[in-house]
Structures are given as C-alpha cells and as structure tokens.
Design a protein around this ligand. Structure first.
Ligand SMILES: [Zn+2]
Length: 272
C-alpha cells in the first residue's frame, strides 16, 4: 500500500470558533510548537494505492468559499490522473472534505469511481429532510454541498457501518464531530497508519487540550470524548496517525506527557 498525502490548501477561520480556550492561549500553544499563531487550517487529502485499487480519502474543499481547491494541481504534481481513482472513502461530509468531489449540477469530478464509501449515519444525517429544514440559514449550504456530491455519485455510494470495508482497510467510528465521522486504519501492525479525519482542527491545541471543541462539531461533548479516547489509544498503541487538518501533509505520533498529550510530526520535506 502506498499512501500519498496531498495538500488542498487551507482555510482561514477564527479562534473565536474554539470553545474552551482563549485566543491568546491558543496563539501561545501554536507559537510554542513553532507553528504560525494564526487561525489557519490546512486541508489535506490522501491517495492510497493498493494492489487493485486507487483510493482517494476525502477531496478537500474544491475552492468553495475560497477554501482550498488545490487538489487537482496536487494530484497532477504527484503524477496521479484523477481518472485512475476508482474508490473514494469519506471521513465525513463537511464542505472542506467533500467540496472537491463534484462540480455544479451534481457533476462528478472523479468519473471512474466505482464505489464511494460513507458511514450510513453520515449519509442519513445530510439527507434528512427534517434536519435540513430546521438547520440555521447559515448552515443549510453545507447540506447543499453534501447532497450535490452524494447525488453526483448516485448508485456508486456504499453506506457502511462495519469495520472491514476493503482488504487492509478498517473503519474506526469517531462519532461526535459529525454523526458518522469515521477514521480509516490502513494496514496492520507496526506498518499501519490511522487517518483520523477531523479529530483535531488545530492539532497542537486540541492534542494538548482535548476538551477544546470547535463550532463545527455537531455534538461537542461527544466530539471531545471521542478525541480523548482516541488520543489514549494512539499513544498507548504508538500508532502512526495523520489528519485532514495537520499543519503539513505528513504523519506523526502522539505521546503522553503527564496528564496531557503532545503531537510530534514525522520529519517532513516538500521534496520526495
Ligand atoms: Zn474539516
């Protein structure tokens, strides 16, 4: 299995979206880790090449609202033809993950995709008419983006609830950020990599302080609980991890530091 991490670009938000930490403390935590103290979230996507599939995990934001939109350029730079991609795995259906999947009018960007895997709870949430009509006006466009992408792939959608979906790939329930938020564990043993989706939006802040939540969480208490449990697991198992909002398109590991955790990125270079 070969995993290529791609940068879709970034989106700028505000530390005001974080609950449980003051902006000044958030800036200090980032500065301490040598990261610019800005409320800027990188957006990553992944291509996994196996013996018989070329898999895309999430698709970046597709330039929606000026967010990200670099995925196609990143694929070209990595020598990956979008038409090679036959399988898509989604961590969840927020616009910065699903925005690159489809153009207007339900037009699929990845035309040779045969299967698009999404947790059945995630699909049901975004397609629920009652939830949609009760959603705040500002949130309803998120539903429109998700529905446009889902409809673009039509019968290629594979709603799942089980752990084993493909050879060498296990799903990990990480509910809370969204109702069907899912991580993907690639490989096994010491060679495995867990792509943990949006367990953190500001990696150094939320690994150090897992109780800090973000306004995008659909259930912030559950999101914080899931984060704490997973940090414990990946620190104990010394699991290699990566995430859509890591500061670089890289992997890393989590270490216990007293009662808290610390995220250490693997050495990273833009030159492969
Ligand atoms: Zn996200």
């Amino acid at each position: 299995m070969a995993v290529t991490m791609l940068s879709d670009g970034y989106l700028d938000v505000s530390f005001e979206l974080l609950d449980g930490i003051k902006a000044a403390k958030a800036e200090a935590l980032l500065e301490k880790r040598g990261v610019p103290p800005l409320p800027r979230m990188n957006i990553n996507a992944y291509v996994v090449e196996t013996a018989d599939r070329t898999i895309l995990i999430d698709s970046g934001a597709g330039g929606i609202n000026g967010w990200g939109g670099r995925l196609q350029v990143a694929l070209a730079a990595a020598g990956i033809d979008p038409l090679q991609i036959d399988t898509i795995l989604l961590t969840h259906a927020h616009p910065d993950h699903i925005g690159g999947l489809a153009g207007p009018l339900q037009t699929p960007v990845f035309r040779n995709v045969q299967q698009l895997f999404v947790h059945e709870r995630e699909l049901a949430f975004w397609r629920d008419e009652g939830i949609y009509s009760n959603a705040p006006d500002g949130f309803r466009p998120f539903f429109d983006v998700a529905r446009n992408a889902f409809n673009a792939y039509g019968e290629k959608l594979v709603p799942f609830h089980q752990e084993a979906i493909l050879p060498g790939i296990q799903t990990v329930n990480l509910f809370g950020h969204t109702p069907g938020h899912t991580g993907y564990l690639l490989g096994d043993g010491s060679d495995s990599l867990l792509i943990w989706g949006d367990i953190v939006h500001f990696p150094h802040i939320q690994v150090a302080q897992p109780e800090v939540t973000i306004a995008f969480d659909s259930d912030s208490a559950q999101a914080a609980h899931t984060r704490k449990q997973l940090l414990d697991r990946v620190a104990t198992d010394k699991l290699s991890i990566s995430g859509m909002h890591f500061n670089f398109p890289t992997a890393g590991s989590v270490q216990r530091e007293g009662n808290a955790y610390i995220l250490n990125y693997d050495l990273w270079s833009p030159v492969v």
